[in-house]
Each structure stands twice: as structure tokens, then as C-alpha cells.
Design a protein around this ligand. Structure first.
Ligand SMILES: Nc1nc2c(ncn2[C@@H]2O[C@H](COP(=O)(O)OP(=O)(O)OP(=O)(O)O)[C@@H](O)[C@H]2O)c(=O)[nH]1
Ligand SMILES: [Mg+2]
Length: 444
């Protein structure tokens, strides 16, 4: 028997309505005790009733009560949602009255935890709910929705199926060694399957890395010589005066950051100090930082001043960024251009000319990297566990190659198996669950 928990499910603060949610065996009875209107205990599941909430004789609010009876609810328990007026005081008073009548305040994430423990969702779906709530762009939202629709579970299930078959074959050999030559069998049958599986995991992990970039934002640096218009470009893209623009070369000394949402992805933009050979100590540090940033960025926007001839630093930057995902901008087109470069975008950040072309190019470039099939992981915990699973698998393959006893191979394969089960939550410790669900908000 589960005790009945309650929490305010909507954000704290004044709004037009608030929702208070209960889950547990007694939820309908508890609400019915403080509700005047229809008898809620006689109501069918998935119905809404109008009435008033009282704390003994004191009228608290006019409400709508929705009933979802077990098992057809989010937690698979009896769930009641009270839609009341969205005042902080009135909402808290109703919550307090529910507690006085037998409910208890829920811990963060406790509703979702119950949904998981009652088998309504697996752990990957519970985590997808959290990712959905914290999604900052369309891509992250899509990924979370895919995971909620079991894309992660399916992917792990596929891996599990291959693995369990191989473990099964090995176990038969350990139990009945007379049936087969163990070594030949593992080398010829099991090993190729394990190698396939290892490369499948590699592919998933590689794509997962990209998915992380897409959901958290693409690290994008704007680099170029001093005074070419880097800060002007940042301001133009962000549509605000974020960085100081001046005709004094070396204006930007430290990195200026901004976030740009474009075509469903987020760019984390970094405006840097202009790069030149300099004796100024402070500026030299900025230049070093800019060079370092080129290395660690996923996308580089290289700005050149089209009104002057290309110089040594420009050429150095062109070669430094050659193998990166990059966009070359020839700026100050309004002053007349001195050179041209294939595939470069001609712009004038002063008049915003060329901005639309730049935006299209950013969308095109980042979409090229887009993840069309669903075979990747989006959640950091899952990625770490899959990495561990792959390490164990590779250990097993290595053991086969150096003809270790078959039970040694099996130990590593079972470790791999366990990591896969941890992803979906089929094996999990109470501690991990507590830690995971405590990251949810109250009422979720
Ligand atoms: N004519 C013209 N001037 C521009 C254009 N874009 C920027 N400028 C001017 O160029 C100067 C330098 O612009 P910034 O955006 O500060 O250049 P920066 O690359 O950030 O320079 P540092 O921070 O010093 O490295 C300013 O006076 C801008 O007004 C353009 O498209 N056309
Ligand atoms: Mg600048």
C-alpha cells in the first residue's frame, strides 16, 4: 500500500491557475473529504468535477477536480489534480488542508519515481521527462521526446539481444564442454558478433557526442584580425549591443559571450580579441586565448576585412581553421572589396547586408551534422554507462584473442550486460534512484 503524496505541480508564484496533484491509494478519498460538489468517490476515471474546497467551515477556493484512477494514470496509482486559482496563499492553504486530511508532501521527482517503480515508464523515459523540461531549443526538445517514446530503450534492447545470445552460447559451452570445441566456437561464432557489437557501440557513442553538442549548444568562436568587425558581427547576430565596437584596433580584450537560437539549434557565440603580432602583454594573452578557442570550438566564424588586402595574419588564420567547421566572412563590403575567396560570405555588418545569407549558411552547416536516424543517446548518464559497457566488451574480445579461459570472457560480458541494464534501470540501487529523482522539480 502506497501513502498518498501531494504537491503543487505548477511554478511557484501568482498565475491564472495552479494545479495541485495527489497520487496514492487514498487520493480520491482525501480530496473528497474537503470538496463540496459531487461525491468524487463515485466518479469514473478521466472525469472532471466542479466544486469548492473547504478547510472545515472555511471556503478556500472554487476548483475543478480531475480524476485518473489506477492503473490509467501517470503513476499507475489513483491520481487527482485540483485546478484552483493561481494565488500563492490559496494554493498553499489547499495543500496544507490536504496534508491535514491524510496526504503527505511529495519529495522532488516522487511522482515520476512512482511511475518508474510501478512500471509505467523505464528509467530512460523518466530521465527524458527531465530533459524535456530543461530543453532550451527545438533539437533538445525533439531528442527528449524521442527518448520519451522509447528510442533509447529500443536501442539498448537491441544491444542486449545480441549480447545475451552470445552469453548463452558461452554458458552452454561451459556447462556442456563435450558438445563443442570451446575455443573454436568462441573464435568463430562469438567473436565476430562481439566485434560487430563493439563497432555498433562506437557509432552510437560518436553520434551521441554530436547530440550533446546539439542539445547544449554549438561552441562557436568569431575570430579575425583587430578592427575587422568581429564585435559588430556578434552584436548584429544577437541583435543587441553586447560587445563594445570602436575603430580602435584591440578594443575587445577579453572574450564576450552570447547565445543565439537559430534553425532549432543553439550557438554559444564567443567574440574574441583581434589576432595580430603584438608587444602589448594584455593583448597577447587575449590573442593566445583566441588561438586556443579555435582549437576547442565546434564552429569557427572567421572575419576578414574586405577593404584591405589579405595579410600574413589572415593567411595564418585561414590555414589554422582549414579543417574546422567554419564560415568565412569578408566584411566591409560597403567600402569596396580588395579580394575574393571561394565560398566566403560578403557582408557589411554596418548595414546588416548579407546577414540573411550568413544565417542560412549557419542553418545549412549545422543541419548537415544533424542526426537523422535515432540511434544515439542524449543523456550524459547513459553515455557514460554505454562507454563502460563498451570497455567491458572490448576486454572480453581481447581475452578471446589471447585465448584466455572462457569463464574470464564471460565475466567481462556479464559486466557489459549489467551496464546496459543500468541504463534502462532494470538494475539500479536505491541510492542512484534517489539521486536521480531528486533532480526533478517538486510536483513532477
Ligand atoms: N565601413 C564599415 N565599417 C565597419 C563594418 N563593420 C565594422 N565596421 C567598423 O570597424 C570598426 C571595428 O569594428 P569592431 O566590431 O569593433 O571590430 P573588432 O573586430 O571587434 O575589433 P577588435 O575588438 O579591436 O579586435 C568599427 O569602427 C566599426 O564601426 C562594415 O561592415 N563596414
Ligand atoms: Mg571586438
Amino acid at each position: 500500500m502506497n501513502d498518498t503524496i501531494c504537491a503543487i505541480a505548477t511554478p511557484y508564484g501568482v498565475g491564472s491557475i495552479s494545479i495541485i496533484r495527489l497520487s496514492g491509494d487514498e487520493s480520491v478519498e482525501i480530496v473528497n473529504k474537503i470538496f463540496k460538489g459531487a461525491n468524487l468517490t463515485k466518479k469514473n476515471t478521466h472525469t472532471v468535477s466542479y466544486g469548492h474546497i473547504y478547510d472545515e467551515d472555511v471556503l478556500l477556493d472554487e476548483v475543478l477536480v480531475s480524476i485518473f484512477l489506477a492503473p490509467r494514470s501517470f503513476t499507475k496509482e489513483n491520481v487527482v489534480e485540483i485546478g484552483c486559482h493561481g494565488g500563492v496563499y490559496v494554493t498553499n492553504r489547499i495543500l496544507e488542508t490536504l496534508c491535514k486530511n491524510g496526504a503527505r508532501l511529495a519529495n522532488p521527482g516522487e511522482f515520476t519515481k512512482r511511475a518508474f517503480l510501478n512500471g509505467r515508464i523505464d528509467l530512460t523515459q523518466a530521465e527524458a521527462i527531465m530533459d524535456l523540461i530543461s530543453a532550451e531549443n527545438e533539437t533538445a526538445l525533439n531528442m527528449a521526446n524521442d527518448a520519451l517514446n522509447k528510442s533509447t530503450k529500443k536501442l539498448i534492447d537491441d544491444l542486449k539481444e545480441v549480447l545475451i545470445e552470445q552469453i548463452g552460447k558461452i554458458e552452454v559451452n561451459i556447462d556442456y564442454p563435450e558438445y563443442d570445441d570451446v575455443e573454436i566456437m568462441t573464435n568463430e561464432i562469438v567473436k565476430p558478433k562481439l566485434l560487430d557489437m563493439s563497432s555498433m557501440m562506437d557509432k552510437i557513442l560518436e553520434k551521441s557526442k554530436i547530440s550533446q553538442v546539439f542539445s547544449t549548444g554549438i561552441k562557436t568562436c568569431i575570430v579575425g584580425r583587430p578592427n575587422v568587425g568581429k564585435s559588430s558581427l556578434l552584436n548584429l547576430l544577437l541583435n543587441e549591443e553586447k560587445a563594445i565596437v570602436s575603430n580602435i584596433a584591440g578594443t575587445t580584450r577579453d572574450i564576450v559571450e552570447g547565445k543565439l537560437n537559430i534553425g532549432g539549434v543553439t550557438l554559444n557565440l564567443l567574440d574574441t580579441a583581434g589576432i595580430r603580432n603584438t608587444d602589448d602583454y594584455v593583448e597577447a594573452i587575449g590573442v593566445e586565448k583566441a588561438k586556443e578557442l579555435i582549437k576547442t570550438s565546434e564552429l569557427v566564424i572567421l572575419v576578414l576585412d574586405g577593404s584591405e588586402k589579405l595579410n600574413k595574419v589572415d593567411l595564418e588564420l585561414l590555414s589554422l581553421t582549414e579543417n574546422k567547421m567554419r564560415i568565412i566572412i569578408i566584411n566591409k563590403e560597403d567600402k569596396g572589396l580588395q579580394f575574393d575567396i571561394k565560398d566566403a560570405i560578403k557582408m557589411s555588418t554596418l548595414s546588416a547586408k548579407g546577414l540573411d545569407i550568413l544565417e542560412d549558411e549557419i542553418i545549412k552547416l549545422t543541419k548537415k551534422e544533424a542526426l537523422t536516424d535515432k540511434r544515439y543517446l542524449t543523456n550524459k548518464r547513459h553515455i557514460t554507462l554505454l562507454n563502460n559497457a563498451k570497455k567491458s566488451l572490448d576486454e572480453a574480445i581481447k581475452s578471446i584473442e589471447i585465448s584466455m579461459p572462457i569463464d574470464v570472457v564471460e565475466i567481462d560480458l556479464k559486466a557489459c550486460w549489467n551496464y546496459l541494464l543500468e541504463i534502462t534501470g532494470e538494475v539500479s540501487s536505491e541510492k542512484i534512484l534517489d539521486e536521480l529523482f531528486s533532480r526533478f522539480c517538486l510536483g513532477k
